[in-house]
Design a protein around this ligand. Structure first.
Ligand code: FES
Ligand code: FES
Length: 187
Protein backbone atom coordinates (compact mmCIF):
# COMPACT_ATOMS: atom_id res chain seq x y z
CA UNK A 1 0.00 0.00 0.00
CA UNK A 2 1.11 3.54 -0.73
CA UNK A 3 0.14 6.63 1.23
CA UNK A 4 -1.15 9.45 -0.94
CA UNK A 5 -2.64 12.89 -0.37
CA UNK A 6 -4.85 14.25 -3.08
CA UNK A 7 -6.90 17.43 -2.98
CA UNK A 8 -10.28 16.69 -4.49
CA UNK A 9 -12.85 19.44 -4.98
CA UNK A 10 -11.06 21.58 -2.43
CA UNK A 11 -10.62 18.96 0.27
CA UNK A 12 -7.31 17.23 0.92
CA UNK A 13 -7.72 13.48 1.41
CA UNK A 14 -4.96 11.25 2.74
CA UNK A 15 -5.35 7.54 2.14
CA UNK A 16 -3.51 4.27 1.65
CA UNK A 17 -3.96 2.84 -1.83
CA UNK A 18 -2.69 -0.08 -3.81
CA UNK A 19 -0.27 1.14 -6.49
CA UNK A 20 -2.50 -0.39 -9.15
CA UNK A 21 -5.61 1.55 -8.07
CA UNK A 22 -7.03 3.72 -10.81
CA UNK A 23 -7.85 7.31 -9.95
CA UNK A 24 -11.49 6.84 -10.96
CA UNK A 25 -11.86 3.94 -8.55
CA UNK A 26 -10.16 5.90 -5.79
CA UNK A 27 -12.53 8.81 -6.35
CA UNK A 28 -15.65 6.70 -6.42
CA UNK A 29 -14.94 3.92 -3.96
CA UNK A 30 -12.78 5.61 -1.34
CA UNK A 31 -13.84 9.24 -1.53
CA UNK A 32 -17.49 8.76 -2.50
CA UNK A 33 -17.16 10.97 -5.57
CA UNK A 34 -19.68 8.95 -7.55
CA UNK A 35 -20.48 11.85 -9.86
CA UNK A 36 -17.48 10.68 -11.84
CA UNK A 37 -18.54 7.54 -13.66
CA UNK A 38 -17.05 4.62 -15.52
CA UNK A 39 -18.46 4.02 -18.97
CA UNK A 40 -15.99 1.62 -20.53
CA UNK A 41 -12.91 -0.44 -19.84
CA UNK A 42 -11.01 0.72 -22.88
CA UNK A 43 -10.27 4.38 -22.05
CA UNK A 44 -12.32 5.68 -24.93
CA UNK A 45 -15.67 6.93 -23.59
CA UNK A 46 -14.55 9.93 -21.52
CA UNK A 47 -17.30 9.50 -18.92
CA UNK A 48 -14.63 9.51 -16.21
CA UNK A 49 -13.11 12.87 -17.21
CA UNK A 50 -11.87 15.04 -14.35
CA UNK A 51 -9.37 17.88 -14.12
CA UNK A 52 -5.94 17.07 -12.74
CA UNK A 53 -4.21 20.34 -11.88
CA UNK A 54 -6.62 22.04 -14.26
CA UNK A 55 -6.00 19.71 -17.19
CA UNK A 56 -8.73 17.30 -18.27
CA UNK A 57 -7.77 13.66 -17.97
CA UNK A 58 -9.59 10.38 -18.21
CA UNK A 59 -9.40 9.24 -14.62
CA UNK A 60 -9.56 5.59 -15.66
CA UNK A 61 -6.27 6.20 -17.39
CA UNK A 62 -4.46 7.64 -14.38
CA UNK A 63 -3.25 5.80 -11.31
CA UNK A 64 -4.30 7.20 -7.95
CA UNK A 65 -0.65 7.36 -6.94
CA UNK A 66 0.02 9.67 -9.90
CA UNK A 67 -2.40 12.17 -8.34
CA UNK A 68 -0.42 12.24 -5.08
CA UNK A 69 0.25 15.86 -4.18
CA UNK A 70 -1.99 17.15 -6.95
CA UNK A 71 -5.41 18.72 -7.25
CA UNK A 72 -8.38 17.00 -8.80
CA UNK A 73 -11.65 18.67 -9.71
CA UNK A 74 -14.64 16.47 -10.38
CA UNK A 75 -18.10 17.37 -11.62
CA UNK A 76 -19.03 17.67 -7.94
CA UNK A 77 -16.62 20.55 -7.49
CA UNK A 78 -17.89 22.79 -10.29
CA UNK A 79 -20.91 24.41 -8.67
CA UNK A 80 -20.19 27.29 -6.32
CA UNK A 81 -22.38 28.35 -3.44
CA UNK A 82 -25.31 26.32 -4.71
CA UNK A 83 -25.07 27.90 -8.18
CA UNK A 84 -24.48 25.67 -11.15
CA UNK A 85 -21.32 26.32 -13.12
CA UNK A 86 -22.19 28.15 -16.38
CA UNK A 87 -21.39 25.04 -18.38
CA UNK A 88 -23.68 22.96 -16.18
CA UNK A 89 -26.37 25.62 -16.56
CA UNK A 90 -26.02 25.59 -20.34
CA UNK A 91 -26.32 21.79 -20.49
CA UNK A 92 -29.44 22.06 -18.33
CA UNK A 93 -31.04 24.81 -20.41
CA UNK A 94 -30.22 23.19 -23.76
CA UNK A 95 -31.43 19.76 -22.65
CA UNK A 96 -27.99 18.45 -23.53
CA UNK A 97 -28.53 15.10 -21.93
CA UNK A 98 -30.74 12.10 -22.22
CA UNK A 99 -29.72 9.34 -19.81
CA UNK A 100 -27.06 11.67 -18.42
CA UNK A 101 -24.36 9.05 -18.10
CA UNK A 102 -21.87 10.84 -20.32
CA UNK A 103 -22.75 14.26 -18.93
CA UNK A 104 -20.18 14.64 -16.12
CA UNK A 105 -17.36 13.86 -18.52
CA UNK A 106 -18.86 16.03 -21.27
CA UNK A 107 -19.10 18.98 -18.92
CA UNK A 108 -15.58 18.57 -17.56
CA UNK A 109 -14.19 18.30 -21.08
CA UNK A 110 -16.26 21.31 -22.18
CA UNK A 111 -14.70 23.35 -19.37
CA UNK A 112 -11.26 22.43 -20.66
CA UNK A 113 -12.22 23.15 -24.24
CA UNK A 114 -13.59 26.61 -23.42
CA UNK A 115 -10.62 27.39 -21.24
CA UNK A 116 -8.33 26.79 -24.20
CA UNK A 117 -10.66 28.21 -26.84
CA UNK A 118 -13.36 30.53 -25.43
CA UNK A 119 -15.10 30.95 -28.80
CA UNK A 120 -14.93 27.62 -30.63
CA UNK A 121 -16.58 26.95 -33.96
CA UNK A 122 -18.98 24.03 -34.24
CA UNK A 123 -16.29 21.86 -35.79
CA UNK A 124 -13.86 22.86 -33.04
CA UNK A 125 -16.47 21.87 -30.44
CA UNK A 126 -17.01 18.50 -32.07
CA UNK A 127 -13.27 17.96 -32.34
CA UNK A 128 -12.74 19.09 -28.74
CA UNK A 129 -15.29 16.58 -27.49
CA UNK A 130 -14.27 13.73 -29.75
CA UNK A 131 -12.83 11.81 -26.82
CA UNK A 132 -16.21 11.79 -25.10
CA UNK A 133 -18.90 9.45 -26.33
CA UNK A 134 -22.63 9.87 -25.85
CA UNK A 135 -24.29 6.54 -26.28
CA UNK A 136 -27.67 8.27 -26.47
CA UNK A 137 -26.18 10.15 -29.44
CA UNK A 138 -27.42 13.50 -28.16
CA UNK A 139 -24.58 15.39 -29.73
CA UNK A 140 -26.68 18.13 -31.35
CA UNK A 141 -27.87 19.60 -28.06
CA UNK A 142 -24.48 19.08 -26.47
CA UNK A 143 -22.93 21.26 -29.18
CA UNK A 144 -25.69 23.84 -28.62
CA UNK A 145 -24.92 23.83 -24.90
CA UNK A 146 -21.24 24.39 -25.50
CA UNK A 147 -22.06 27.28 -27.82
CA UNK A 148 -24.37 28.78 -25.20
CA UNK A 149 -21.74 28.37 -22.50
CA UNK A 150 -19.19 30.03 -24.77
CA UNK A 151 -21.56 32.97 -25.35
CA UNK A 152 -21.97 33.25 -21.59
CA UNK A 153 -18.23 33.64 -21.33
CA UNK A 154 -17.67 30.36 -19.56
CA UNK A 155 -14.13 30.08 -20.79
CA UNK A 156 -12.74 32.43 -18.22
CA UNK A 157 -14.34 30.54 -15.35
CA UNK A 158 -14.22 27.03 -16.70
CA UNK A 159 -11.33 25.85 -14.60
CA UNK A 160 -11.45 28.37 -11.82
CA UNK A 161 -13.29 25.99 -9.58
CA UNK A 162 -13.56 25.79 -5.85
CA UNK A 163 -10.70 23.35 -5.92
CA UNK A 164 -8.38 25.87 -7.49
CA UNK A 165 -8.18 23.55 -10.45
CA UNK A 166 -6.34 26.06 -12.58
CA UNK A 167 -3.46 26.28 -10.15
CA UNK A 168 -0.83 24.54 -12.17
CA UNK A 169 -2.31 24.98 -15.61
CA UNK A 170 -2.14 28.76 -15.60
CA UNK A 171 0.89 29.09 -13.40
CA UNK A 172 -0.92 30.77 -10.54
CA UNK A 173 -0.39 29.40 -7.04
CA UNK A 174 -2.69 26.56 -6.24
CA UNK A 175 -5.26 27.34 -3.61
CA UNK A 176 -4.66 25.69 -0.30
CA UNK A 177 -7.42 23.34 0.64
CA UNK A 178 -9.05 24.46 3.82
CA UNK A 179 -10.42 21.12 4.81
CA UNK A 180 -8.48 17.93 5.23
CA UNK A 181 -9.60 14.37 5.72
CA UNK A 182 -7.86 11.12 6.36
CA UNK A 183 -9.73 8.31 4.73
CA UNK A 184 -10.25 5.39 7.08
CA UNK A 185 -8.24 2.22 6.49
CA UNK A 186 -11.50 0.36 6.20
CA UNK A 187 -14.22 2.05 4.24
S1 FES B 1 -14.39 5.08 -18.20
FE1 FES B 1 -12.65 6.30 -18.64
S2 FES B 1 -12.70 6.53 -20.77
FE2 FES B 1 -14.40 5.24 -20.37
S1 FES C 1 -26.95 11.29 -22.49
FE1 FES C 1 -26.91 9.12 -22.42
S2 FES C 1 -24.84 8.62 -22.88
FE2 FES C 1 -24.98 10.74 -23.27
Amino acid sequence: MTRISVTVDGVKYTDEVEPRTLLVHHLRERLGKTGTVVGCDTSNCGACTVHLDGISVKSCNVLAVQADGHEVTTIEGLAKGGELHPVQQAFHECHALQCGYCTPGMIMQTCSLLSENPDPSESEIREGLEGNLCRCTGYHNIVKAVQQAAKAGSGASSQGTDAGGSGVADGSPAETAEAEQTVGATA
